[in-house]
Design a protein around this ligand. Structure first.
Ligand code: SF4
Length: 365
């Protein structure tokens, strides 16, 4: 059995670690690219959101590399994600791909449901080994988050252009190389040591922007056209409202693991405007915008794929949140027609606006 799964940022690092620890053969599709998107556009429904098209393209590319089994997360609630796995599987079957599909649905009551499913696809590996495999994947997710956060801080301050990203790649290679949970603390320390090597000009505050929105678009650099790097190059320190380890914890572990990035507070805050869950991360988008305002961030950017229902609901209320909490908010909608130049122009204009707002604030204070 050769197992594959679609890309979502650095998620591949954690799943590969877990499955290989459980002695599975893993096929990682090539990073998402224009070719991936074109494959998905050609065979996916036109009005499906972009993540579905990229997922499809990933799975077609993985099939060329010999993958025969797909592992995907499932979901529930008012958003299309819950049907993704089945829809993609049906499209691939119609195209002649013979994939076996395994959906890891979020456990309803007990984490044992997830463990049971993983044991099933790994030929009933011992419970002890499966738990250690899951732990290894989770430790890697948490280490990836830590390195990315350090990169957010360094990019706008780096003395040598591109050094943060060069060292981030090196640091992540250390995280990837660890083969057991026991090796993770040393790998994490080594990775952080590498990140500390980024030469920064000064530790003075710079403009800070919070990124909120749909999880796939936030985490996948191809989908968001590397917005974190682009903002860093414009001298902006970013923070992302959703982190990989947080998503794994919330979605698959029922929030039982210890995680500094809990989404609980953002969900609670978001209720003040939306009243109830709207699917996806709509509640968190609104709640996180309020939290960023309270933390004196200069602005917030909402990212979503065209036709994303939960984020459209959040988008409709964000102008009020922005006015009530005095924080500029810009929405960027991406799809297969989005162009990089257009995105850069909007980012530059937004960053200029934030600088002007700060200058005016300093003069009137
Ligand atoms: S959250 Fe939005 S983009 Fe993601 S699956 Fe749901 S509708 Fe599609």
């Amino acid at each position: 059995m050769k197992v594959t799964y679609p890309h979502m940022g650095h998620m591949w690092i954690c799943i590969k670690a877990m499955l290989e620890y459980l002695d599975m053969d893993v096929v990682i599709p090539p990073p998402s690219s224009k070719k991936t998107l074109q494959l998905g556009m050609k065979h996916g429904p036109e009005f499906a959101c972009m993540p579905l098209k990229l997922n499809l393209g990933n799975l077609m590319e993985a099939a060329e590399m010999g993958a025969d089994t797909v592992v995907m997360a499932g979901g529930c609630g008012p958003c299309r994600f819950g049907y993704y796995a089945q829809v993609e599987h049906a499209i691939l079957r119609d195209l002649g791909y013979q994939y076996r599909l395994v959906v890891l649905e979020p456990p309803q009551k007990h984490i044992g449901e997830l463990i049971g499913k993983i044991r099933h696809i790994t030929n009933n590996r011992s419970l002890y080994k499966v738990i250690k495999g899951i732990r290894l994947g989770y430790l890697k997710a948490s280490a990836v988050d830590e390195m990315e956060k350090k990169a957010f801080y360094c990019r706008p301050r780096e003395l040598v252009a591109g050094e943060t990203d060069r060292l981030l790649r090196k640091a992540l290679a250390e995280v990837i190389a660890a083969e057991t949970p026991e090796e993770m603390p040393a790998a994490r320390e080594k990775a952080m040591e590498i990140m500390r090597g980024v030469q920064v000009g000064s530790h003075e505050p710079v403009a800070r922007v919070g990124l909120v929105g749909e999880i796939f678009t936030l985490l996948e650099p191809f989908a968001n056209m590397e917005i974190e790097r682009k903002l860093g190059a414009l001298g902006v320190e970013v923070d992302r409202s959703i982190h990989l380890s947080q998503w794994v914890n919330d979605h698959l572990f029922l929030g039982l693991a210890k995680n500094e990035h809990s989404s609980k507070l953002a969900k609670e805050r978001g209720l003040a405007y939306l009243g109830h869950m709207v699917g996806g991360h709509g509640l968190e988008t609104v709640g996180s915008t309020m939290i960023y305002a309270k933390q004196d961030y200069d602005g917030v950017i909402q990212l979503l794929p065209f036709t994303c229902m939960p984020e459209i609901v959040a988008q409709s209320i964000l102008p009020r949140v922005s006015a009530d909490h005095n924080i500029p908010v810009m929405t960027l909608i991406v799809d297969e027609m989005s162009g990089e130049a257009g995105m850069v122009t909007r980012l530059e204009a937004f960053v200029d606006l934030l600088a002007r707002k700060r200058d005016v604030g300093e003069v009137t204070a």
